[in-house]
Design a binder for this molecule. Sequence first.
Ligand code: PLP
Length: 493
Amino acid sequence: MSVMYKSTRSEGKKVTASQAILKGLADDGGLFVPDAIPALTVPYKTLAGLSYQETAYEVMRLYLDDFTEEELKSCIKKAYDEKFDTDEIAPLSKKDGVYYLELFHGKTIAFKDMALSILPHLMTTAAGKNGVSNEIVILTATSGDTGKAALAGFADVPGTRIIVFYPKDGVSPIQEKQMLTQKGDNTAVIGIRGNFDDAQNGVKEMFHSRELAERMAAKGYQFSSANSINIGRLVPQIVYYVYAYGQLLRRGEIEEGETINVVVPTGNFGNILAAYYARNMGLPIGRLYCASNENKVLYDFFRTGRYDRKREFILTSSPSMDILISSNLERLIYRIAGEDADRTRELMEALSSRGEYEITPEMRQQLDCFEGGFATEEETAETIRRIYEKTGYIMDTHTAVAASVCAKQADTAVKTVIASTASPYKFTRSVMEAIDKGACEGRSDFELVDELNRISGVPVPAAIEEIRSAPVLHDTVCDRDGMQREVERLLGL
Ligand SMILES: *Cc1c(COP(=O)(O)O)cnc(C)c1O
């Protein structure tokens, strides 16, 4: 039986997996979802013996079934190679009775690499399959992390170009340096004099401009999106939950079929949605703890059934989770609405026009396996310090939000996996301040990197070493109104 993809917002025509990856978003503005969630068929004994790449194939083939075995294996091989600093790709580290699933061993030391390492290959393969000979141009607006992970993923991938816009004064110095030193003949990074919303709106306007699309096509280009709503990002994220289960079996930490719980530090709801898909495929996951920072829209939603974005936006030490609209939640809403596209569209329209919506009691009942939690800034810092003092293990701020929720709420009788989404080196200052604030005063970020290295004994990742000395390769800055001109210039339109 083949899996086709449909929109969450109307009963339109279904598309194949490769078409859904190429399009990114459905024409009606909805998100693509599989018309049936496939069941995991690999026996536990086999699962325990599979490598990351083999697990990836067993999971992804079920969703991307218009890719041939050869195509999919080739994408997996190109993605999960020595770009990762460990053969395990996503190692599981047991500390203080819980398992940290480390998703930060890729090029940019954050979990976005897990999907963005493979998306470019899925996309060029999808283009080939659908007779698209245009060069794919990825346009992205970033507030920091996604931009670098997308650049690193698409750099020098034949048949693609990537152009990233970021707010010139709105990202951290390390984040900016990471992007401006990006190599690759097909990469461009442009700072804009404006904020993230300006960058995002500018990109959206270009995406929706017919006139621009026609001029691009005349020169052999078309746009696509590396945004986290692309199904080509969701499916690769299911893999590591299945892999984690296999690793627990292999090490004898659990019995075959034993239920585990997961705790996921959440922003856009992509990572935890992947865990929910894994659960629906039959992986024995009991509870899904959705951990938020002080921007606790999701915590309130799971507690009350009301999603309300009308609140103050709080800047926290876990910036990749500073989000008030969790786009991927739409896929969960669609499912608990009984796959009712009209209902889903109404709720999403209410969110954009009124800033809130409320689900019915029947819908809420289906959220039983989810539990929301949140951590304050103090709790996050305290968790980093406590686990470090107890075990010597140092985690980043995002992971610490999850670890804090886990310590407060999780059922300790059940083995629990915490998704660890970034290396502590990515957020060195916040991490070091959590451990000893006084010792950080007057010291530069790189001095703190060396100190983190000294106290943790964990080698400084290449991603950090590189930017100490790497030359700046991009220096374009433009106004909000000049974004399209820059794209035209880069593509020679
Ligand atoms: C993106 C990100 C998250 C949030 O993941 P979602 O899939 O958006 O919920 C958490 N931690 C880090 C470090 C991230 O980069």
